[in-house]
Ligand binder design. Structure first.
Ligand code: SAH
Length: 505
């Protein structure tokens, strides 16, 4: 029995935007999270795939020069087949799905198979290139129209179908897509048709990405700049027209303080975003290599026993945000709630840990000024004698706190609420960046991370600038024979970012 179209899955043609993963629409993200099959183009930034649900099938349709490129007919057939089998399909395309993206061919295939579809627009590269190079493509005084033009006619068209006479006369900005290999042809065609060779032009490569490059020149210089002088490979947009002469100081993106700098962020994977986001906003190319892997403790039993007897403790002390989150989650998972903590005072080692407590609507009764175990210990000393302390900690860590409290006559129980292990080897792409000396900064946000990085990269660490989170971490780096370039003034992730900024501005 043949299926009716109501049993078919729907197909979403989604624009991923020009490169920066933040430039996809909310609707696009919603579609990605619902996809059962996702097919994406080589131009799509793989960082966008974070929105795809676990278990979805994800297919890359090939990167030029690296993999097999899927022919259009095969893409169409795969989409149609999956939708007919009832699957929700997302076809993710760079930029906008309807701008030089063969979206129409896919839509025709869907329409003739009776499959429903939706087109989710995206930020097309031609507009993003202008925005990210400080060029308003329809600047009120300079251009009243804008034209998207392909530099690459389909190979089966033997002659130019573009009317260069009309384009040369066009009263506005020309935005050329796919014009790298054909630059000599289209620039000379425009000039032959009467466009002044002196017309201002802007070449923008990898727009909105940390490795964006933009060049201002004249129309007649475009081929030389692309082919010889600067050797820019695709993807490139060329903006031609008076707007391309706008003041280069308007190029806000390439002037961001960390633009052009690669920063390696080394926190456990679920904590990366807190530091990656501000760094990206400052223009940095953020690369992630977790140095520590965090997982459940080998044995929950001692934790559960402590949770069942919380009432016997005077103080519950958290020396990391991971410890706080994991212990409180465990409490809730076992059917408890925050009332179990009534009567127990809470201490947090620093603002990150206090912020984690705040997520559970708890406020710390004590937080030392300078976020160190020693300070936490001395702040608690006066309270310690004959009091009962529960310390929630990692499988490894310093004994300073427990030792000092014991010395003051406290009764201290320690429970391991998470297991912390070094990540043994770096991701091959990160290792290549290190080998090629492409990493400018490494954030070193704990002593354990410092030691793990030392195992992972050895002498290569000394070739990068190291940003240490605190004097304790700095001391560990020095033990390893490494001198940090900066040390955070406040011992938090924001402090690390500020410290890097203080020497790059
Ligand atoms: N649908 C896409 C265009 C696909 S055609 C869109 O709407 O943007 C591929 C061309 O897009 C490339 O050859 C280049 O001209 C342009 N392009 C895509 N991403 C780009 C980027 N990040 N920087 C500069 N040009 C880009």
């Amino acid at each position: 029995m043949s299926k009716t179209s109501s049993e078919y899955g729907k197909v979403y043609l989604v624009g991923a935007g020009p490169g920066d993963p933040g430039l996809i629409t909310l609707r696009g993200v919603e579609c990605l999270s619902r996809a059962e099959l996702l097919l994406y183009d080589y131009l799509v930034n793989p960082a966008i795939l974070q929105h795809v649900a676990a278990g979805a099938e994800v297919i890359c349709l090939g990167r030029h020069g690296r993999d097999r490129i899927w022919p259009q007919i095969e893409i169409n057939a795969t989409i149609v087949e999956a939708a007919c089998a009832g699957r929700t399909v997302v076809r993710l395309k760079g930029g906008d799905p309807a701008v030089f993206a063969r979206g129409a061919e896919e839509i025709e295939a869907l329409a003739s198979a009776g499959i429903q579809w939706e087109v989710v627009p995206g930020v097309t590269a031609g507009l993003a290139a202008g925005s990210y190079a400080g060029i308003s493509v329809t600047h009120r005084d300079l251009a009243s129209a804008v034209a998207f033009v392909t530099g690459q006619e389909t190979p089966d068209k033997s002659e130019d179908v573009l009317d260069y006479g009309a384009l040369a006369e066009f009263p506005g900005t020309l935005v050329i897509y796919m014009g790298v290999t054909t630059a000599r042809r289209w620039t000379s065609a425009l000039i032959a048709a009467g466009k002044s060779p002196q017309t201002p032009a802007a070449i923008v490569r990898n727009c909105s990405l940390p490795n964006q490059r933009s060049i201002r020149c004249s129309l007649s210089e475009v081929p030389d700049r692309l082919e010889e002088k600067d050797r820019l490979r695709p993807p490139v947009i060329v903006i031609v027209g008076a707007v391309a002469a706008l003041d280069e100081s308007l190029n806000w993106f390439e002037q961001l303080p960390l633009f052009g700098k690669t920063v390696l962020v080394t926190r456990p994977i679920h904590q990366v975003e807190a530091v990656a986001r501000p760094l990206r906003a400052l223009g940095a190319n953020v690369v992630v290599q977790s140095a520590i892997q965090i997982s459940d403790p080998a044995d929950w039993q001692p934790v559960d026993a402590a949770l069942d007897n919380l009432g016997r403790y005077d103080w519950l002390v958290f020396s990391s945000s991971n410890g706080a989150r994991r212990l409180l989650n465990r409490l809730c998972q076992r059917g408890g709630d925050m009332r179990n903590l009534a009567g127990v005072k809470l201490a947090a080692i620093g603002p990150g840990t206090a912020a984690e407590l705040a997520r559970f609507h708890l406020s710390a009764d004590l937080q030392p000024e300078d976020f160190r175990a020693e300070s936490l210990a001395s702040a608690l000393e006066s309270e310690a004698a004959d009091r009962r302390f529960l310390l929630a900690r990692a499988s490894r860590g310093r004994e300073v706190l427990a030792d000092s409290l014991n010395a003051c006559g406290a009764d201290v129980d320690q429970i391991v609420v998470y297991d912390s292990q070094d990540v043994a080897t770096a991701d091959p792409d990160v290792q290549t960046l290190m080998d090629d000396r492409q990493v400018d900064w490494i954030t070193v946000t704990s002593s354990a991370i410092a030691r793990s990085l030392d195992h992972m990269f050895g002498g290569q660490l000394g070739e990068c600038s190291l940003a240490s989170i605190s004097p304790v971490t700095t001391a560990t780096l020095r033990e390893l024979g490494l001198e940090p370039t900066v040390e955070a003034k406040t011992y938090t992730m924001d402090g690390v970012v500020e410290a890097i900024l203080s020497v790059t501005q």
